[in-house]
Design a protein around this ligand. Sequence first.
Ligand SMILES: Nc1ncnc2c1ncn2[C@@H]1O[C@H](COP(=O)(O)OP(=O)(O)O)[C@@H](O)[C@H]1O
Ligand SMILES: [Mg+2]
Length: 316
Amino acid sequence: MATDDRPPRLHVVTGKGGTGKTTVAGALALGLARQAKRVLLVEVEGRQGLAQLFDTPPLPATETRLAAAGGGEVVGLAVDAETAMLEYLEMFYSIKRAGSVLRKMGAIDFATTIAPGLRDVLLTGKVKESVTRTDRAGRPVFDAVVLDAPPTGRITQFLQVTYEAAQLAKFGPIHRQSQGVIELLHSHLTRVHIVTLLEEMPVQETLDAAAELRAAGYRLGRLLVNRARPALVPAGPPAPALLAEGLAAAGLDPALAGGLAVEMDDYAQRQDLQERAAATLTEAGLPITRLPELPPPLDLGSLFELADALDVRALS
Ligand SMILES: Nc1ncnc2c1ncn2[C@@H]1O[C@H](COP(=O)(O)OP(=O)(O)O)[C@@H](O)[C@H]1O
Ligand SMILES: [Mg+2]
């Protein structure tokens, strides 16, 4: 029987642009790989964000190992619509050569750039193929797939696009394929996680996206609060006299107290804004995980640090 307790295999990571989707998707993939798993990390926006994140040359259109982690590994894939389309033509119609003729004619460029909906059908189709691919013994090739997905403003449309394809092709291989994608994305195998910052705009977008995704029948995973600042100072402006005393006791110039008081007050105000944003975020009724702000530039070590904070055991 299908229950929600079964571990998801497809983790869709969305969020407002710039909140850290790619970084968090990378950390999640590493965390899952560390449990001796083979994890595929997929990007669909054609920005080579994964290559940048893992400090490797631009990814080809084939699966490429990005990192090893505790007995497992992270394999990266930058899905590109044209390659996905040629794979489709080959898979459904065995017309590899026709594909290259179409490409020469510019038909594939045309189809994938002029019809953005088609582009997304191809991309989600490729994601489904990666999740369901099995080896000769019938075991899944990837224990988990992490998708660095489009931003919150487009995520529902991206996931929903296959419905339209299923309407257009009412039977035959494309219909069956579309049906398969729809089923997978709504099944217990898929969770959508939303990355956010504790700021007004991203929090609002997160709540909107969570409501929209729920209404469309997707299963939400966690809200991943990125770059959270620790609570360091008490609320309210500090007393300069007390600060001067403390500075003197530490062997520092008490004259620094004025400037320090201003900075502490500034931090206290940001802390307050952050905690108000955090309180609003709880309206989504989803588990929240905080990930720390790390010193730049982020490297593989930083990603492992974020993976620790993610506590992936609860996700797999
Ligand atoms: N926890 C963090 N601490 C410090 N910097 C971060 C953190 N997460 C992301 N960043 C930085 O923020 C920027 C945007 O992150 P990125 O993952 O590319 O966002 P997105 O994919 O949402 O556009 C990058 O420069 C990245 O290094
Ligand atoms: Mg990104």
